[in-house]
Design a protein around this ligand. Structure first.
Ligand code: ZN
Length: 470
């Protein structure tokens, strides 16, 4: 028996059995979160025939399998499930996805092919606009005109962003936008480079060493174009941050004991107190996200009655917004974190709505959910990005309201948070301390009552936005 015969082609695997045996290269791996299964590890695998397939590992198997499946290495995989590939941000064009489990055996592999298995899309094809937005693509280009890294408000949150122009060998050009870590990576390497794509689920490779890149370099127009870093109004930005910082420091620091013993609120609807606390836990009774109406931001519910009555059964949930009094199509996952916090004086609870929570988690709720519309099944399954808040200290600006004093509510809403030099605000873009903070109450424990002042654009821009804008 020749060894080759024992292996199935990735292109041939299907759901009818689990005793598959394939040999594959691990192209890429990353972690993400889904409401049903908690944190997962995701991989892109390729076989020697050039087929690429998305593979997932459930949380309980990550420990064992992540050590065996290292990016760049070839492995033999035995025993795995195959299921249909669905959803947003699909990293391969395959209709199937592999599920690795406790039964999966990973062993060393004799073949080694040094291919990166890129499926490069010409810039013209992107510009034509006919690509399916559910799929991530690979792009190679020469970087021109790199901006400074700017901190910009996105849906009321501060994000680091870098813009550049990519061009290919036909001198087709496209504007690119890179966020957070990708922006830093590109900026640092800013000279004579070529770039492939970006996103947590994908990769930014600078000056790649592969056949495709060699061919690309040879094919580039010989016009001596070089990277130019554009000067920016850096001074104005520094000044803005300095003013925020000063205004923040001008607020007297209070203790948790102080806020619990506040006896009067002024004529505004709530009094703001700056506290410095350590996060000691996450109050899992509340879950950590909800789905908000795309129009009014209020919590939506699944309309099970309508869903059941619709034939054929709809693929996406049917949502009902109590405020719009109608079914709504666009919904967005939003953070609502309840944290247990303490300082030297006392312990208390704080609640962070989406824009403030995003600032300290650094990923959007939609991103952590990977487009899932599932309800939380196990409240203890919290993504690591959220869990990692425990043990960290933050300066919060919390609101003390009538219901805390009169009705004994013991959870305080966080209106702003200081993170490094930045003040993260429910209304960033307007400067740190907008004169009027509209009515806010958390008495009901429902975000609906507080959301009006947190209104943001209904269109989600996850971290992965860069993938679309490349
Ligand atoms: Zn609504």
């Amino acid at each position: 028996m020749t060894i080759g015969c024992a292996f199935a082609k990735l292109a041939d695997v299907r759901p009818f059995k689990t005793t598959w045996k394939v040999r594959v290269k691990v192209i890429h791996s990353w972690r993400q979160y889904s409401g049903m299964s908690g944190e997962t590890m995701d991989l892109v695998l390729a076989d020697e025939h050039g087929t690429k397939m998305h593979a997932g590992i459930k949380k309980k198997d990550i420990g064992r399998l992540s050590k065996l499946l290292v990016v760049g290495e070839w492995k033999v995989l035995e025993n795995f499930q195959v299921s249909p590939a669905t959803g947003l941000f699909r990293p391969t064009p395959s209709n199937w996805k592999i599920g690795l489990s406790m039964n999966t055996i990973v062993t060393t592999c004799s073949i080694k092919v040094d291919d990166m298995f890129l499926s490069l899309v010409p810039i013209q094809t992107i510009l034509d606009g006919d690509l399916n937005h559910n799929f991530l693509i690979d792009v190679i280009g020469q970087v021109l005109d790199v901006s400074e890294i700017k901190t910009v408000p996105v849906l009321g949150r501060e994000k680091r962003k870098l813009e550049c122009v990519l061009r290919d060998i036909n001198d087709q050009r496209i504007n690119c936008c890179l966020w957070a870590g990708y922006a830093d990576q590109l900026y640092e390497a800013c000279s004579d480079m070529q770039v492939t794509n970006a996103f947590d689920a994908s990769k930014l490779i600078i000056n790649p060493i592969c056949e495709e890149a060699d061919a690309f370099r040879i094919g580039l127009p010989d016009d001596g174009a070089i990277v130019v870093i554009q000067e920016d109004d850096e001074e104005a930005e520094k000044q803005r941050i300095k003013e925020q910082e000063d205004a923040w420091l001008a607020l007297e620091m209070k203790s948790v004991y102080d806020i619990q013993n506040a006896t009067e609120v002024n004529t505004f609807i709530y009094e703001k107190f700056r506290i410095s606390v350590k996060v000691t836990g996450i109050d899992t009774d509340w879950g950590w996200y909800y789905f908000g109406c795309g129009k009014c931001q209020f919590r939506v519910t699944k309309d099970l009655k309508k869903e059941g009555a619709t034939k054929p059964r709809p693929k996406a949930p049917v949502w009902y917004c109590d405020r719009c009094k109608s079914n709504v199509k666009t919904v967005e996952a939003k953070f609502k974190l309840h944290l247990l916090v303490e300082d030297d004086s006392a312990k208390t609870k704080v609640m962070l709505l989406d824009s403030v929570a995003y600032g300290i988690v650094d990923k959007t709720a939609s991103f952590l959910l990977n487009g899932s519309y599932d309800e939380i099944q196990d409240p203890e399954l919290i993504p690591d990005d959220v869990k990692s808040l425990v043990g960290k200290s933050f300066e919060f600006l919390v609101g003390v309201e009538k219901e805390h004093i009169v009705y004994g509510n013991d959870t305080y809403k966080v209106h702003k948070v200081k993170k490094g030099l930045l003040i993260l605000d429910t209304e960033s873009g307007d400067g740190p301390f907008t004169a009027i903070d509209n009515g806010s109450t958390i008495a009901s424990g429902e975000e609906v009552s507080t959301l009006m002042r947190d209104q943001v654009l209904p269109i989600p821009i996850p971290d992965s936005a860069s993938a679309y804008q490349m």
